[in-house]
Write a protein that binds this ligand. Structure first.
Ligand code: ADP
Ligand code: MG
Length: 695
């Protein structure tokens, strides 16, 4: 597939004649960095300029190419900024109208000059007109294009004409130098109808007039399938390779004894669901191996992931290795600590929490305990891994709600795992409540084995979700009163458009004051700017039902578990992603009482916002919500990662190409003979950074 020397796909775009830093900057906005990127910049529609239409035969609204002689030029208006040019081709006459034209254009408007124009035909009281046609002076016989003309996505300051010309000449050079057969298409075309690479690019940029244009525009043409399949495969294969690297390392085999497992389960205040048992078995099977586990557990909010994590940890503890648990917030780390202490200390294992806010002496003591192996279960936030923590022997790393961390922390963690003092790599368990749609799992999580906790513990009440406009806030406050009167509790979440945490906290503060005035029950406040100790004591009071209504910023989003809370009010839900709303809503409906979620929106809602809130009303299935979020707002929203460049495709599309994601492993079998170099070239072409999803 590789091009010959004279066409360097990966040469920087500035190598191209006529591309200075200014144009390079514009191109970068379109994600075009190297020469080859230009060839992957695809038209979104086409114009037919392959035939001249006689003026006599013009029809209104038609887009046409006409050619004729100028017979009159009239400048009109106060400052002569309006030009009316009369053109004839012997079959008829037409007016070309220009407003605010460039002086250079005026120079070319000379009587008897032959002009070729492209534009849309309109009519006024005098006859046919074309407003602002694209014009070309014809001095000698010039053939019309043989193919349709692409219309490309552009940015201000970059013209269609420039893009067309540049892409067309690049394509011509490429056609000259690229002589090799397309092995990728050879291998895949039996299972997917596709054109070979060069033919695909040519068809996309310069389709023949009789080409299936609908299919090209909807990107379902065999030409596009060639590009889409390669792009999807490049993401998939880079992750598979990463997995191979990870699996080539050795880990300590951690087999849990039946006696410990049974004793632990017997002590639990509930029976494990079938789904939990199934996932625990999958994890224990992985842990028995001498290769590191890399498993992602997905389970909707409230599906009971914490106890699954504990049962996984049991295997590490039973083999005298340590467990590190990483939580996204201090509150959640605290909550985990409480659970793990209750579950593990009776078996003689010590659990401690590392947080960024410990006093120096306390921290030193804990670190020493970890280094000596006196503490077996270590819980913490990022700080746990950012600092230099020495384990005696780390057997298992558990990352809760990992998608919140973003890509870089995951990478840092990976490196940290490597640096463990023993030769073994720790096993890794990643837990997320954000269901990862299958398409995303195949394209961006192919390096992980995936387990799904696909049912909730029994006796859970469904949550009734209502959307209510701000002007009906009073009714919402009445609802709060009735909930509190029943000794149940509620959350009230404040959001703001601004990224500013300070503003968000201010909004929460004033809401708390207003609600406290309106209610004869205790209203508490928790936000991100508070000291950890303060947050903890508020949370503790809420756990003990000394606070009836907890006003919060989105800090409570993940993991908080208070089964007595039955009402969740979210202000300005239109500002949040669906996945985030789903997470927030999951804070209620955890007990046996009927629960409610009120989405208190600000009118007017955009059509998109309405559609999104409707989905929240209609379903409580996290997978459905995530699929919708993916198609409505893109992968960054689903994964809670703002910088989504690395999650974006150039040509492929999560929704449209859904079916192909399922075929990736099948393609892998067909493409097994591809060399490493060929594969890494493909990945480079689609800008897949092989390390981005390191886990
Ligand atoms: P999440 O998956 O959102 O992390 P948690 O682990 O916090 O969920 O569990 C939510 C609640 O469900 C907790 O109160 C937990 O004790 C309870 N729980 C977990 N598993 C079961 C079960 N099998 N039966 C009943 N309750 C359970
Ligand atoms: Mg959880």
């Amino acid at each position: 597939m590789s091009a010959v020397n004279s066409f360097d796909w990966f040469a920087p775009i500035s190598n191209l004649k006529g591309v200075g830093s200014k144009i390079a900057e514009k191109l970068a906005q379109l994600n075009i960095h190297c020469i080859g990127d230009l060839l992957l910049h695809c038209p979104y529609r086409y114009e037919n300029r392959t035939q001249l239409t006689p003026i006599k035969a013009l029809q209104i609204e038609q887009s046409v190419v006409i050619q004729g002689k100028i017979i009159n030029v009239k400048l009109e208006g106060k400052r002569k900024k309006r030009a009316n040019i009369t053109l004839t081709d012997q079959t008829g006459v037409i007016s070309l109208l220009f407003f605010n034209f460039h002086p250079n254009m005026q120079k070319s408007w000379v009587k008897d000059t032959t002009l070729r124009c492209f534009g849309q035909v309109k009519a006024n009281q005098y006859g046919y007109v074309i407003i602002h046609p694209e014009c070309e002076i014809i001095t000698q016989d010039k053939p019309l294009p043989q193919h349709l003309t692409g219309v490309y996505p552009v940015v201000a300051g970059l013209s269609q004409a420039w893009l067309r010309r540049t892409i067309s000449s690049l394509l011509a050079t490429y056609q000259q130098y690229l002589t090799q057969k397309d092995h990728f298409a050879d291998a895949l075309s039996p299972c997917l109808p596709m054109l070979p690479w060069l033919q695909a690019l040519t068809t996309i940029h310069q389709p023949k007039a009789d080409e299936n244009i609908e299919a090209l525009i909807s990107r379902q043409h065999p030409a596009y399938l060639r590009l889409i399949s390669e792009e999807l495969y490049s993401h998939y294969i880079s992750l598979k390779k990463l997995k191979g690297v990870a699996k080539a390392k050795t880990a300590k085999a951690l087999k849990v004894s039946d006696s410990l497992l049974h004793a632990f389960i017997k002590e639990l205040p509930f029976e494990l669901t079938m789904a939990q048992q199934k996932v625990c078995a999958q994890i224990h099977e992985d842990l028995k191996q001498q290769t590191p586990m890399l498993r992602l557990v997905q389970g909707d909010v409230g599906s009971g992931k914490t106890v699954v994590a504990a049962i996984a940890a049991l295997a590490a503890l039973d083999n005298s290795t340590q467990v590190a648990i990483m939580a996204p917030t201090e509150i959640l780390a605290e909550q985990h600590l409480a659970h793990f202490k209750a579950w593990f200390e009776k078996f003689g294992y010590r659990c401690q929490m590392l947080s960024g806010k410990l006093k120096a002496k306390e921290k030193r003591d804990i670190l020493e305990n970890i280094a000596l192996g006196l503490t077996q279960v270590v819980i913490g936030t990022h700080a746990l891994f950012q600092d230099n923590v020495q384990f005696k022997e780390l057997g298992l790393v558990i990352i809760d709600e990992q998608h919140r961390f973003g890509v870089h922390q995951r990478l840092a963690l990976h490196i940290k795992g490597q640096a463990a003092i023993n030769a073994n790599t720790p096993h890794q368990l990643i837990m997320t409540a954000t269901p990862i749609p299958r398409t995303l799992a195949m394209s961006h999580y192919a390096h992980l084995d995936i387990s799904i906790i696909d049912s909730l513990p029994p006796n859970r009440q469904p949550i009734t979700t209502l959307t209510v406009g701000q002007k009906r806030k009073e009714e919402v406050i009445d609802k709060l009163k009735s909930i509190c009167a029943k000794k149940q509790q509620a959350y009230w979440v404040c959001t703001l458009i601004e990224e500013s945490e300070t503003l968000q906290c201010q909004a929460a503060q004033s809401t708390q004051i207003a609600l406290q005035e309106a209610l004869p029950y205790k209203v508490g406040l928790i936000h991100g700017k508070m000291e950890t100790s303060e947050k903890e004591s508020i949370m503790q009071a809420f756990y003990r039902n000394e606070i009836s209504v907890l006003v919060a910023t989105t800090v409570i989003e993940v993991g908080v578990n208070v089964p007595n809370a039955t009402l969740m009010v979210i202000e300005n839900p239109e500002r949040l992603g669906l996945a985030q709303l789903h997470q927030l809503r999951g804070r209620v409906g955890r007990g046996s009482e009927a629960s409610f979620c009120i989405l208190l929106y600000q009118s007017p809602l955009s059509e998109m916002a309405q559609a999104r809130l409707k989905i929240m009303r209609q379903t409580q299935d996290g997978f459905v919500i995530a699929e919708e979020d993916l198609t409505l707002r893109g992968p960054g929203e689903v994964l809670g990662v703002r910088q989504t460049g690395e999650l974006q495709f150039k040509v492929a599309d999560f929704k449209r190409d859904k079916a192909y994601f399922e075929l990736l492993s099948e393609w892998e079998a067909h493409l097994k003979d591809f060399s490493e170099t060929a594969l890494s070239r493909i990945c480079q072409k689609w800008n897949v950074k092989a390390d981005y999803a390191q886990a």
